[in-house]
Ligand binder design. Structure first.
Ligand code: ZN
Length: 258
């Protein structure tokens, strides 16, 4: 882990994060001067419930973290997926408050980390920074609210397609480096059940489940198979924080050709 002075922290291609990219000078420079670049390993626990959250992580590139709620019997389910469009830790809260959920890295990769106190300090001085993070907190809450409804009402195949699409957006490639075990844990189901669901999606030519990866074969098909929750969350994000949600390569190509 290296402390990097100066605002070139955010400019390296591996260390791009939509929220940080949206900062304008001099806020970007101030935040850059106190940011650290780190590499996060899969399974790394950023915080446990009850921990005082002293650091905010901004996933970069393909890195994905998740907020997971665990039950007394050990069952767990993911409540939010956070990639290069967002940040994890101390975002909704103000300052050093205990974490409610577990923050864990689902897909390894680079990230930028900033001490919560430093971010709070900048928020108190800059309306633009305060506004940006308040808007992001709204998007994160929308994702969690939608997940509550989704988990209660929607069949597993649609939910599975939804999660695969949200990973596809953030990773920006067709090979999703997630094991079936991880995906089962995200969805809060048994691995055998998840295998049957993936089998059904495979037979329709939408995905190919390999060893340690799930390959997206048809993005369009997955969008048709997904429940409405994927589009609802994405639409809200684009409305509240336009231009920050990752554009998948196929969409970028289509836009370039327009
Ligand atoms: Zn749903």
């Amino acid at each position: 882990m290296t402390l990097v002075a100066a605002n070139d922290v955010f400019q390296q291609s591996r260390f791009r994060n939509g929220l940080l990219d949206a900062l304008k000078q001099p806020d970007a420079e101030l935040l850059g001067s106190v940011a650290e670049r780190v590499s996060l390993a899969r399974g790394h626990v950023l915080f446990e419930p009850g921990d005082s959250v002293t650091v905010v992580h901004f996933p970069c590139g393909p890195t994905i973290a998740a907020l997971i709620v665990t039950m007394e019997n050990g069952d767990a389910v993911e409540t939010a997926t956070i990639g290069r469009e967002g940040a994890i830790g101390g975002i909704v809260s103000q300052g050093h408050l205990p974490a409610f959920a577990r923050g864990v890295v689902q897909v390894a990769g680079p990230a930028i980390r900033i001490e919560t106190a430093r971010l709070q300090d900048l928020k108190s001085r800059s309306v633009a920074v305060r506004n940006l993070f308040a808007r992001y907190a709204d998007c994160l809450l929308a994702q969690i609210l939608q997940s509550v409804a989704c988990n209660a009402l929607h069949p597993m195949e649609g939910r599975c397609a939804r999660w695969l699409l949200s990973l596809h957006d953030r990773i920006g490639a067709d090979d999703l480096p997630v094991t079936q075990q991880t995906l089962a844990e995200m969805l809060g189901v048994q691995r055998t059940y998840l295998s049957r669901v993936l089998g059904a999606l495979s037979r329709r030519g939408l995905v190919r489940a390999g060893r340690g990866t799930i390959q997206v074969l048809s993005r369009e098909g997955l969008e048709r198979a997904s429940c409405e929750c994927y589009a609802a969350v994405r639409l809200h994000y684009e409305g509240v924080l336009g231009g920050i949600y990752p554009t998948i390569p196929a969409e970028a190509e289509a836009e370039a050709g327009r």
